[in-house]
Design a protein around this ligand. Sequence first.
Ligand code: PLP
Length: 393
Amino acid sequence: MTMKVSRRSQVPPFAVMDILAAANARRATGESVVSLCVGEPVSGASDVVRRRAQELLESGDLGYTDPLGAAGLRQEIAAHYQRWYAAEVDPARIAVTTGSSGAFMLAFIAAFDTGDRVAVARPGYPAYKNILESLGCEVVEIECGPQDEYRLTTMQLDRTLQTAGSFDGLVIASPANPTGTMLDAAEIAQIASWCAAHGVRLISDELYHGIVYDTARWPGASAIGAVEQGAIVINSFSKYWAMTGWRLGWMVLPDDLIAAADALAGNVALCPPTLAQYAAIAAFSDEGYAAAAADVARYATAREIMLEALPRLGWTNVAPPDGAFYLYADVSSSGLSAHEYCARALDEAGVALAPGEDFDAVAGSSWVRVSLAAGAANVTEATRRLSHWHATL
Ligand SMILES: Cc1ncc(COP(=O)(O)O)c(C=O)c1O
């Protein structure tokens, strides 16, 4: 007898998975592949974090912590807001989660009901939309393409209100995935005030904070000042601290959501991974920050190599890669869809790229996303291969 599979679980698969599978198949036959399709730092956690994890494995008490995380880690995260943004954050507002993915899930459940409408930028990180829809929320996409310099503004929010009606939540990301574009402090403050004035719950994804290139122009503004007005700020150890597989993130919550998040966290996961939590305290040491800064310097080198190679690749409309480790480019001059472009770039040039369809279901078939997290040597080799290949198209 056929059993039921829920409608809510029918989220679209990532198009990049086809490319990853093909890249693995190619590697398995001994062919070389340069992979620029995954947004994952290659360095892994810093030595100071690894050493701490080893000590903890020997001697630590690794039982459950409080559902919202170990007190020591929540204090360190609060101190991080003081250190980076001169912001006073009560550790009681901080919820440590299973990656920022866990934070999004808890935040969405705590803040929204079935049928609520939540606005997101398009292109954008696909999980916001997919998870919101599986929770029964209606997603209102706001186009942020080349004509808007890929950045969300209050003008677009006003326009969305007029054309699509009111909404209950808004997710922003700066630096953004896939574009790498950023919002400055004034823009974030304007968006936060707009949301507060319209009763819209702002959720600010700050996962790529610290990974910025022109720090004078883009010091990396946070929405932390808007938490008192109801905003939720989300971050993670995955990117800046290169701890993807440790599955640790956090969110800073407004007063009205703390009790709900606490109860939900206890029910959903009991607590975030304890070994990762205690080890992550070491990420906030001078050695931890220095290791992360050295990674950012490596991404900066890879980014320079990529920018220098652009004229030879035939890509246009490149989003300003001000932060994160991505570059989002229009490949339509090739005459191929992004999916075909990525499949052929892999087949014919041995370079794996992410097709834009994953980030933008409407216009993404003209775009590809490149991850620079693979480092300078890989990016140099990829640009060499892609420019030769481009000349054959
Ligand atoms: C913009 C953005 N938000 C959230 C995530 C989720 O990351 P994690 O759950 O590892 O913290 C990612 C992962 O790539 C991302 O790019």
